[in-house]
Design a protein around this ligand. Sequence first.
Ligand SMILES: C[S@@+](CC[C@H](N)C(=O)[O-])C[C@H]1O[C@@H](n2cnc3c(N)ncnc32)[C@H](O)[C@@H]1O
Length: 138
Amino acid sequence: MAAVVYVIISLLTLVIFAVRSVIKNKTKLVNHAQFAWLMNLIITHCHKMFEQRKRQLFAPLKSLRSGSRENLRLLEIGVGTGTNLSFYPEGTELICVDLNPKFQPYFEATMKKHPHVRGKAFHVCSAEDLLLTAVWMQ
Ligand SMILES: C[S@@+](CC[C@H](N)C(=O)[O-])C[C@H]1O[C@@H](n2cnc3c(N)ncnc32)[C@H](O)[C@@H]1O
């Protein structure tokens, strides 16, 4: 029930942001900062709704290793606030990509709550530019 209330509040906020943008004659209805803030609000309060299903989906990661490495090295595209961190196995090394730089502070706050995951990098770029990211990672 609480989750539904938060979704309604978030949608109303989205409408307010959009109306403000129209009034101010901006091209984007929601800017990067507003979208990151809104996503954080929704995810924080709706995490429980997806938790069980995500736990099932991410479970096979436990049996994976990256080549000869002890740890699993993961690339998450569109990491957002880092909601998936709690589902990653102990010792995961995480490289993140997100096109919205305003997610980074939220992601860093989430990282602090999940010391079992080691953040290797947070690249601000779009998935379409992953070749560039691959070059940075070398
Ligand atoms: C709905 S959120 C998902 C966040 C998180 N991965 C989760 O499962 O809860 C989608 C994220 O993907 C990012 N994103 C969308 N299109 C992208 C693209 N083309 N390249 C990189 N990131 C993208 C958005 O900025 C946002 O942070």
